[in-house]
Design a protein around this ligand. Structure first.
Ligand code: F6P
Length: 530
């Protein structure tokens, strides 16, 4: 089957299902919960509240095959240069044992080295001028921040080492507020940057070096692929932890970029985290497409985006410790698949990456869920929840999960006008009041969601969850035909900012050719900051 034919079949089925409600789908298939739930060990994904049926899933699977998802996956594992615009292989799976690193790269040696360092910090063998390290500040941005920052929150009960802090924004307030209560004689600063050139990170690293003062000599370490640049910054080789250019920034959490996390949870915890990701790698590489969790997650996402035409996705963990998970997946998904040309450079002919956003439930229910239920746009929701609380009150966990499941119910099935009217009548409301309020209280329903459920949040299950989303992003990119591994979209703003810095700093004229709007803003700035 050609890709064009496969896309046409997906779209045709989509047109039929646009006119079929979730209520209709459940009436026609009362066993949907079973037939659209898939699992690997204790990880269950329930797609039954998505507006699709078996014919739609079959069409999507045919599209995956026509797009050669399996062939591209094999190319990734084999270390082919799949990042064609940057001329790089994509081998982050090698960091957890799921692919072969280039022969010259000692992945296990590098892992053992940074984990040993983490243990020495935890034990106090690596100490600050004032004694045992009490706080670790990771300075990095994007992939050099979001992964460890998200995981450090998610694994809070596992953190029995120094306190972990993350500074990313070039807004000096971020570093200032973070270090305000810290002791510079007992704080370890990790400068994490793949390139060791990123403006935000280097500016914050210099500021942190000043804050550490004389302690900087022994209390700064670096994580980078650019060992020379680390040396130039003044961090000696024995305190630099390297990785390789075949690790993309947003896939680098598994490398020494995870050093802060390893210091927090220890070597054993970090290895369990890697093992969770490796388990998902095996599942992804060995399971037929029909029951392959990341493949199915990606196909449902393609269905939402391309068959139904919905442009955004709300990612709602019912787990306070996953409070930064949506932010993490935002970079993973949107930086990978926010692309307008194919791998070959031709304009794409289908819509690509959706907008990903979200906050933890139940908080989100009390802010933007009104719009999800009753707004004019359909926003598909991905719910994520652990069946067991880690250490929280079990009664609270019951409340949490009841709310999670109820939101999926309300979105899917809503409450019809006649149901609202009957309920109001039963409550003794007048007919006039019923007529006035029923339209406001009617829920259209027919709004899709997927629920991802697993036993409990721990290093293993977090690693597995992240890898699930990594592979999902890969499959989507493969089907859309884009290179999911470059990020040229961040370049233009960086270059333009560089050109504007002198005008803002030195109060000089903006560079020739500056547009009138920006020149006007610079004038406003000069006046307001005078
Ligand atoms: O946002 C662009 C980006 O290149 C990301 O892909 C990367 O994670 C981030 O900047 C940080 O880059 P570096 O680790 O080189 O400082």
């Amino acid at each position: 089957m050609t890709i064009e034919t496969a896309w046409a079949a997906v779209r045709d089925r989509g047109e039929i299902l646009k006119a079929t409600s979730l209520r209709d789908l459940f009436a026609a298939g009362p066993d949907r919960a079973a037939s659209f739930s898939f699992r690997d060990e204790d990880l269950v994904i329930n797609f039954s509240k998505e507006k699709l049926d078996q014919a739609a899933l079959d069409a999507l699977l045919a599209l995956a095959r026509a797009s050669d998802v399996e062939g591209l996956r094999d190319d990734v594992v084999a270390g082919e240069v799949v990042n064609v615009t940057e001329g790089r292989a994509v081998l982050h799976m090698a960091l957890r044992g799921g692919a072969q690193p280039p022969a010259s790269d000692d992945v296990e040696g590098a892992l053992a080295r940074f984990l040993a360092f983490a243990e020495r910090v935890r034990s106090g063998e690596v100490a600050g001028a004032g004694g045992k390290i009490t706080d670790v500040v990771n300075i990095g941005i994007g992939g050099s921040d979001l992964g460890p920052a998200m995981a450090a929150r998610a694994l809070r009960p596992d953190i029995d080492g120094p306190r972990l802090h993350f500074v990313s924004n070039v807004d000096g307030a971020h570093l200032a507020d973070t270090v305000a209560a810290l002791d510079p004689a007992r704080t370890l600063v990790i400068v994490s940057s793949k390139t060791f050139t990123t403006l935000e990170t280097m500016a914050n690293a210099r500021l942190a070096r000043d804050w550490l003062g004389a302690n900087a000599v022994g209390q700064m370490v670096a994580v980078s692929t650019k060992l020379d640049a680390c040396a130039d910054f003044g961090i000696p080789a024995e305190r630099v932890f390297g990785f390789w250019d075949w690790v993309g920034g947003r896939y680098s959490l598994w490398s020494a970029i995870g050093l802060s996390l390893a210091i927090g949870i220890g070597a054993e915890g970090f290895r369990a985290f890697l093992a969770g990701a490796a388990a998902m790698d095996r599942h992804f590489c060995e399971t037929p497409l029909e029951s392959n969790l990341p493949v199915l997650l990606a196909l449902v996402s393609i269905w939402r985006r391309n068959a139904m035409g919905w442009p955004t996705v709300a990612l709602i963990p019912y787990d306070q410790r996953l409070e930064r998970f949506a932010a993490y997946v935002q970079q993973l998904d949107m930086e990978s698949n926010g692309k307008r040309v194919t791998r070959e450079g031709a304009p794409v002919t289908v819509a690509t990456g959706p907008v990903i956003w979200g906050e933890p439930g139940t908080n989100a229910q009390h802010s933007f869920f009104q719009l999800l239920h009753l707004g004019t746009d359909v926003v598909p929701v991905d719910f994520i929840a652990a069946a067991r609380p880690r250490d929280a009150d079990p009664a609270h966990h019951t409340l949490l999960l009841a709310n999670c499941f109820a939101q999926g119910q309300a979105l899917a099935f809503g409450r019809t006008a006649s149901e609202v009217e009957a309920e109001m009548r039963a409550a003794g409301r007048s007919e006039a009041e019923i007529a006035r309020l029923a339209p406001h209280r009617t829920f259209p329903g027919d709004r899709p969601s997927t629920t991802i459920l697993f036993r409990g949040l721990d290093p293993f299950s977090l690693g597995r969850l992240i890898a699930l989303f990594e592979h999902k992003v890969f499959v989507q990119g493969a089907i859309w035909g884009v290179n999911s591994y470059d990020q040229w979209g961040v370049e233009l703003g960086k270059v333009l900012a560089g050109g504007l810095i002198p005008a803002l700093r030195d109060r000089t004229e903006p560079p020739p050719g500056t547009d009138a709007s920006t020149a006007g803003l610079i004038d406003n700035l000069k006046e307001l900051s005078a």
